[in-house]
Design a protein. Sequence first.
Length: 364
Amino acid sequence: MILHFYFARRFFWTFAGIFSVFAVLLALIDLIKDLQDFPDLPFGNIVEIVLLNVPHANYEILPLIIILSSVALFLRLARSSELVVVRASGRSAMRTLIAPVAVASLIGLIGVTLLNPIVAAASKRHNDLVSSQMGNGGLTVLAIAIEGLWLRQGSDSGQTVIHAERASSDFSVLYNTTFLSFSPAGDPIHRISAAEAHLTRGEWRLSDAKQWDLSSAENPEAAAIAATTLAVPSELTQDRIADSFGRPEYVSIWNLPGYIRQLEGSGFSARRYAVWFQMELARPLFLTALVILAASFTMRHTRLANTGVSVLVAIMLGFGLHYIRNFAQILGENGQIPVLLAAWAPPVASLLLAVGILLHMEEG
């Protein structure tokens, strides 16, 4: 147990050091960027924006920090011949990895249970502050109710309120929609109903539409116009709608199950939220796999292998698995593969691959 605690302590402090270095570097990079983006903003407000983005930035690169920490730890142990002594005492590579793997799993659990809610709250606040400084006023343009989805878009000619019974997962298509346009004075101008509304660059493309003129005193139904297609100008974008809707990163993992049930009960797709939730649950397993993978290439004595090539292979393979995990997330959000497969297949495959390489390199 003393040896396990020794390895666990060494790994934890290595992780803490690398995590601190990346936190400072990312904060400085964000500070320089925000100073250029908001030259008229007081320095204290810029520092607040930077600090709010620090948790999310470091949470995103947590797999990279785990890989670098594992490589640094085992290279130190190999160069000091501590691994040689441990192996000579009869301990296998798998037993040696118990402590680092346990620490990595604990870091993953703490990240999911404690850091995730902090990241969600800080990211949401950061997005609101940046939106308010960029001229969006920080106002939400979207709301969800039992009767469907409500959107608001504005221009110099007035405001338009959009209602839809449901929407696609990326908010590019609205179904069974109604557009109500108002003048700057608040008077109704016209009403449009459409079976579908596709958001394109600078406009909504309506299908099977019918338009009523509400500005005149005549009977609107008598002057109604039906059209197969109709274009309505819009300054909305998919990213802005998604930001107002709330990205999965803005919702705490403890609130995600209820949020998913609320979306599904309202008739909207909660697929990307379900994928994010399952991927967060699988994060500790993926971090564990990265530790074992890095150890497979760096546990050997430095005299027996080309250390530089081994380190490069370990880091590149870790990056590759991370990108495969992100690609599986995209496939899951688009409905190409099931949610559980998108979230759990990459971590499980990474763990099996890492164990296989370790057994081949160290025990074979």
